[in-house]
Design a protein around this ligand. Structure first.
Ligand code: SAH
Ligand code: SF4
Length: 354
């Protein structure tokens, strides 16, 4: 069945164009519709009470509102309040996962929370990194712009709070879906629609060189995280098949181009996998790359994935690797991830009900 397009996927101009095709409506109707969709977040066209009934029924017969339905919410037991939610996509019933990561911020005795939301950009992933649960699934399909945005609406409904930071680190390779990613970013950053500042958005890529170029050209000043995970072609190609397509020789100049145009520094994500990429000689090469790109490094001790043979190095070894970078004056953070117990940490997202 052909699914009706969701209003969450239309820009103001596209909505105006569609409305003028559908009838002779005064222009303020568009503003009213946008207000119902983006600010009041109605779930049914009948709730748009200041629109004439005829217009409501025209809208209902041509558009849908919410492209996904939340099926399950899991709360981490670690005390971190991390929540993973599973959604069913209205278009074809496929399942995706998203993760809500709150961070408490205390100011002058006041206590409040910032919400970071990690969203999926595809169902499954075609890139098959050897360590990643999403890659195990293979690729099923791209998410539409509305399905990416629908995850934000769902998270805000679950928490009752606004999402402050958005990271594309769920399932999928966002830069192999620039066709839908870039329009989604336009809708998310439009102050009249979702209005989240581009500096609060991070795109994570495994090193999709043509996608990187397109994202740079679109001119939306988002932040970039690169899943490096190996500091030489030899190691990287063993765990990330994408490196055989775009090797470091192609990736690093593309990242230099990105840096030349971006206000923000790049983050190099580096999972530490025991016996695979955690030698100090890799740390030296990683330092050289970070220096070349003026990037910061985020070390992530590997999160175990059922069915995969990899493991996390000892805590001491992780600290030694980290110290090695610090001694070379590389800005580095090491993050033990939240939500490990509910398989919500990076790379643990897969289509499975628990
Ligand atoms: N496809 C994009 C975005 C999704 S993956 C990318 O690869 O960047 C989000 C992050 O989780 C990536 O840095 C990825 O390499 C990392 N990751 C994958 N499996 C992991 C695991 N088992 N433990 C820790 N991080 C993992
Ligand atoms: Fe895909 Fe990223 Fe997982 Fe690699 S790490 S398989 S690119 S989601």
């Amino acid at each position: 069945m052909e699914e009706k397009p969701s209003l969450l996927g239309l820009t103001q101009e596209q909505l105006a164009a569609r409305l003028s095709e559908l009838g002779d409506f005064p222009s303020y109707r568009r503003a009213q519709i946008l207000d119902w969709v983006w600010k009041k977040r109605v779930t049914d066209f009948e709730q748009m009470t200041n629109l004439p009934p005829a217009l409501r029924s025209i809208l209902a017969s041509h558009f849908s509102l919410h492209p996904l339905e939340v099926q399950e919410v899991h709360l981490s037991q670690s005390g971190s309040e991390t929540r993973k939610f599973l959604s069913r996509l209205a278009a074809d019933g496929e399942l995706i996962e998203s993760v809500i990561i709150p961070a408490a911020i205390g100011r002058g005795g006041a206590h409040s929370e910032r919400i970071t939301l990690c969203i999926s950009s595809q169902v499954g992933c075609a890139f098959g990194c050897r360590f990643c649960a999403s890659g195990l699934l293979g690729f099923r399909r791209n998410l539409s712009s509305a399905e990416m945005i629908g995850q934000i609406f769902a998270a805000e409904k679950i928490t009752g709070e606004r999402v402050d930071n958005l990271v594309f680190m769920g399932m999928g390779e966002p830069l192999s879906n620039t066709t839908n990613l870039i329009p989604a970013l336009r809708l998310i950053t439009d102050p009249a629609l979702l209005g989240l500042g581009a500096r609060h958005i991070t795109i994570s890529t495994s090193g999709h060189v043509p996608g990187l170029k397109l994202l740079g050209e679109c001119g939306i000043p988002v932040r970039l995280a690169v899943s490096l995970h190996g500091a030489s072609d030899e190691i990287r190609s063993q765990i990330m098949p994408v490196n055989r397509k775009w090797s470091l020789e192609q990736l690093l100049p593309a990242l230099e181009d990105w840096c030349a145009h971006s206000k923000h520094i790049i983050t190099l994500e580096y999972i530490l996998i025991s016996g695979m990429n955690d030698s100090l000689s890799q740390a030296d090469l990683l330092s050289a790359i970070a220096r070349r790109l003026n990037a910061k490094v985020n070390l992530i001790p590997y999160n175990t994935v059922e069915g995969l043979p990899w493991s996390r190095p000892s805590e001491k070894h992780c600290r030694d690797f980290c110290q090695h970078l610090i001694s070379q004056k590389i800005p580095v953070t090491m993050r033990y991830e939240k939500g490990h117990d509910i398989n919500a940490a990076c790379g643990q997202l897969r289509l499975r009900r628990s």
